[in-house]
Design a protein around this ligand. Structure first.
Ligand code: NDP
Length: 336
């Protein structure tokens, strides 16, 4: 695989130009390019430049609103509703996270209900942003059917990521952000692109037989399907994500979403559930961090154990160029 070194500014400009050329207004192009650049900076490659062709496809097809203008309002003092106006999710976050933060800091707990949003990124940016303001955050989104529920041989669930962030005084938050599928779809596509075989237990082929061939699993290019992580337990968490980011918000579940999507390769319209809690108010003490720090110190005492988020935060310290697949760069440049 041929690679090219790009500075973070070059990554940002490559992404922004592609989005602007596809018709996005400047506000959304700036915000999405920033999200993409942060993904590359942190080493979240499956949600960085790799996503630009999908972002562009949905702008060009008209599925995503090039001039989206999300509307945000308090439905109750602790429920923030954000109608994303069919724009990309980071734009909705830029409009609603401050109101969510204010409500959680005032009342102890608050929820954001985001609808008509197109989420094509990692979930750590929004949960980590809330934790950086001193809040405990949880978020999830459903997608389009690509995961077979435990016991089934049909795609029903999305890869349904869940993200959780815990704030720490003077240190980066502890953040986990993971698909409830055995492997995120982007990583399966990257493995297929790079001709790599997968470990057993990741997915099934079109007939429902186990396979390690990423191309046979990829639900976008064939009739294969991914398995949930952790057998029936992961399957139930994936079901929870369907419900929290779908019916709870007045939005669709993944297999219904597909019927409404134009299959242009970009993300479908859907909901996002975000919960924010003030540990100071819920614990009743300004020393709420002590117990958590003791757990993290215990965990760190085990050789070889690292906290989730640490890899990204370490990568972030490097402000130098990033290694990017050369073919991907050419593809993005040729999108216009
Ligand atoms: P990974 O399996 O790579 O990682 C999951 C979490 O575990 C991360 O927080 C990671 O931290 C942590 N982790 C990984 N390895 C270790 C380790 N050895 N020790 C301790 N912690 C570890 O993530 P996934 O592949 O499941 O998901 C990738 C991304 O895909 C997520 O950001 C998710 O939001 C996104 N996604 C988005 C979708 C969408 O619809 N928008 C759909 C599905 C997935 P660290 O980051 O520090 O490595």
């Amino acid at each position: 695989m041929s690679t090219t070194q790009l500075t973070l500014d070059e990554i940002y400009n490559l992404a922004r130009t592609a989005l602007l050329n596809a018709g996005s207004n400047e506000e959304m192009a700036d915000i999405v390019a920033d999200t993409v650049t942060k993904a590359e900076r942190d080493g979240s490659h499956s949600h960085g430049l790799f996503r630009i062709p999908g972002y562009v496809a949905s702008l060009k097809s008209g599925k995503v609103n090039k001039n989206a203008d999300p509307k945000v309002e308090y439905i109750t003092p602790v429920l923030v509703r954000c109608d994303a106006d069919h724009g990309y999710a980071p734009l909705a976050h830029s409009r609603c996270l401050n109101m969510l933060t204010e409500a959680a800091k005032t009342y102890g707990i608050a929820m954001a209900q985001i609808t008509k949003s197109h989420h094509f990124a990692a979930l750590w940016p929004e949960t980590e942003a809330l934790a950086e303001k001193g809040l405990v955050a949880f978020s999830c989104v459903n997608y389009m059917p690509m995961v077979a529920p435990f016991g089934a041989k049909e795609k029903v669930y999305g890869s349904n990521p869940v993200a959780f962030a815990w704030p720490r005084e003077g240190k980066p938050p502890v953040v986990f952000d993971m698909a409830t599928a055995a492997m995120a779809m982007g990583d399966i596509q990257i493995a297929a692109r790079d001709g790599k075989e997968l470990a057993p237990g990741i997915g099934l082929d079109e007939k429902g037989n186990p396979t390690t061939d990423p191309a046979a699993i990829d639900p976008n290019t064939g009739d294969g399907m991914i398995l949930p992580f952790g057998g029936y337990k992961g399957s139930h968490i994936a079901m929870m994500v369907e419900l929290l980011s779908g019916p709870l918000l007045g939005e669709t579940v993944s297999f219904e979403t597909k019927k409404l999507d134009n299959n242009d390769g970009g993300p479908p319209a859907g909901g996002q559930f975000i919960l924010a809690m003030s540990p100071e108010l819920t614990s009743g003490t300004p020393d709420w961090g002590t117990g958590a720090d003791s757990l993290f110190a215990k965990l760190k005492s085990f050789e070889g154990l690292r906290l989730p988020g640490e890899r990204r935060h370490k990568n972030r310290l490097d402000t130098g160029p990033r290694t990017v697949n050369t073919t991907l760069i050419e593809t993005i440049k040729n999108l216009a």
